[in-house]
Design a protein around this ligand. Sequence first.
Ligand code: GAL
Length: 392
Amino acid sequence: MKLFFHRLIPIAALLAAMGAFACSPYTYQPIRSGENWPDDRGEHINAHGGGILVHDGTFYWYGEHKSENTSRALVGVTCYSSKDLVNWKYEGVALSVSDDPESEITRGCVLERPKVIFNRKTGKYVMWFHLELKGKGYSAARSGVAVSDSPAGPFTYLGSDRVNPGIMAENVTEKDLAYFDALPETPKEWTPEWLTAVSKGLFFKRDFEGGQMARDMTLFVDDDGKAYHIYASEENMTLNIAELSDDYLSHSGRYVRVAPAGQNEAPAIFKRNGTYWMITSGCTGWAPNAARLFSAPSIFGPWKQHPNPCRGDQSEITYGGQSTYILPVPGKKDLFIFMADIWRPRHPIDARYIWLPIQFDADGTPYLEWMDTWNIKEYCIYFRKMRKKKLD
Ligand code: GAL
């Protein structure tokens, strides 16, 4: 017995050392969706409706700061950094709400689903978010933009607006727009006739001059460096995918309507083997519903809908969560992390996170399965390489 332990201890020590040197020992921590996720200060991460920027071997997680009793923005957009996706350092408030009551982002506004991308040409970090003006409910439906010279901020707020005023979407036809003009009266809401009218552009046409509504949103940077703003428009009935300008600070004017009258929110998108995949939710506020899956051969479509990508228990409510972002883990082909929020509207600060690796069918169709825990240690190899490259 004694002999056995003598042999075992050096082997165990060797294995531990290999683990410690192979990559950060922290990467052995599993991801536990739905639980409390402490940051480097021991506080539950407060970055909801968020997204992740990968830059120079570091992950930056941006999200909505939520308070004890309200989902309105009392602080702003927070930022956390990590080398391994499990240990997060609080970097502070990247974009602060303003103390000026006249500011569009005054404390008490609704500032949701911030996403940050890096512009290689300008060297700037650009943040877009959904903005609702204080005291106006969800009627403003604007997109806000802010910019910074460093990833953790501080970001400078540039302004907000509806999207692409006076500009026609690429996939709207005159015939579509004439459809509801020919109707004797606007059909009653939620009737099949009304849904058809919405899908033909009832709200699109209404908002044409002032710009399209933009609520739940994400950003996507394609391989050619072009960036896209994907948002719930037309009273949350239709998604839009709009190209950003070269500096990412405005819209280029190119955009399409996607899934008209389909009522999609919470878009999250990724590209694999030349196909664009998008996961969205339905529109039931903070309550979870079934996720939807779409694919397209080009960012501008045509987009095709597939069955719910979630499988197993609670797949009809996305395991209690709502999509917010899909992170392709660099250097690790086929690791795409599906990120979602489990909202707690009565105690918003305690909202939780779901992170699951996207799996793929034999034909390449993505799907999700709940995992109590999963470990990303295999993916640390990329970061070891990045660190080595930096030292060289
Ligand atoms: C959800 C949306 C959230 C937030 C919420 C407000 O559907 O995804 O970002 O806007 O509604 O009720």
